[in-house]
Design a protein around this ligand. Sequence first.
Ligand code: NAD
Length: 411
Amino acid sequence: MQTVAIVGAGIAGVTACRSLRESGFSGSIILFGDEAQEPYDRPSLSKSTLKTGGPPPPLAKPGWEQEFDVEMRLGERVISVDFHARSLVLDRQRSVTFDKLVLAVGARARSLAAARSAPPGTVHVLRTLADSAALREELGAGRRVIIIGGGLIGCELATTVRTMGCEVVLLESSDELLLRVLGRKMGAWCRDRLTGLGVEIHLGVSVTSISTDAGVRDVRCSSGRRFTGDVAIVCVGAEPSVELARDAGLACNRGVLVDACGRTDNPAVFAIGDAASWPLRDGGQRSLETYLNSQSQAICAASSIVGQAKPAPQIPISWTEIAGSHIQMMGDVEGPGAIVERKSPEGDASMYLRLHNGVIQAAISIDRAKDFAFVTKLIEREFEVDSNMLADGTTGMRDVFKAASRADVKC
Ligand code: NAD
């Protein structure tokens, strides 16, 4: 009988538990989570949970741990790993042995040097349910909220907080919003939409200090500009949590280095989710920091643990909700080739697709979930597509997919 210990009870850790059982693993599974709550859905923290104050959706239905025979150890923090003894150290007295270990420890919010001298509790970040609850306490109609960082969290928060009746000032250091995940064209699209919602956006802003005086947050920038508000939130990226792995001697860069099966340089240890630096299908290796990639990495690592390794080089895939639109993305939109803009039959942009040598490498879809499902298959299968058909929004993506698969069969 083997024991698999999984550290981290987010989407990666919970999916790994379920996948192990679904793959036929009959040994013991122990899941450690340092938060006390039942595993919950993080994407809602910047959206419905913040807005309503209700509980976030659970990651698994009640009683799942009995159904999947998982020993859940919530509110327990693993402080170190001893690979020689194959044990997890919980504190001075307690340790737990394992045969295989899965590190699903996630990432933390990157801190901003300019905010380090601000009094505790006066500058928010958003990563956990506790963060979302603390932020909600400070929001209310007419409150002026300064968001530092115009990436995914910044833009999702700007949307939610604005619809809660707050004034929103969004400060981004780059010359466009959302460059890392959505690229320049979509960044500009989102900026227009957020401006339409009444969000005040400043690009190219470098924040040098954040202080609080008589309850007023005072944000100063290198250009000499000042922004004052009632609430300040820093969302300037995430840092994969590598400390447990690095202190135990595993190879890490920005993330724990793994192969395409999730194995670290210790064959008994796997890393998945935001903490893992995973090989990409198109070359390179990085932490992907998305929900859907975390799930696919967990499934892959579980197969490897039960001896049915199926290498899964990743294609980044994610979604977001910004200014009332459901935006889905797959692949890296910035790269070689050309961007094809697909309009909806009504004439609005509905998709941006990066096409290289006739093959879609990346796509961003705006409120076109059904079309996006076909695009994901085209990207995965690397079928050649007709770029004119692709650009023509009156031709359904199902038809584009069918034509591309017929052409692929003939080849
Ligand atoms: P992000 O990387 O998406 O965006 C950070 C933004 O902050 C970037 O636009 C960057 O240019 C900007 N920035 C960096 N330093 C700055 C500074 N000093 N001043 C002003 N702007 C600065 O990171 P995030 O929005 O903080 O999100 C954190 C993590 O959570 C990411 O890994 C993200 O992928 C993940 N997340 C994902 C989703 C989703 O998939 N829908 C939603 C929310 C968060």
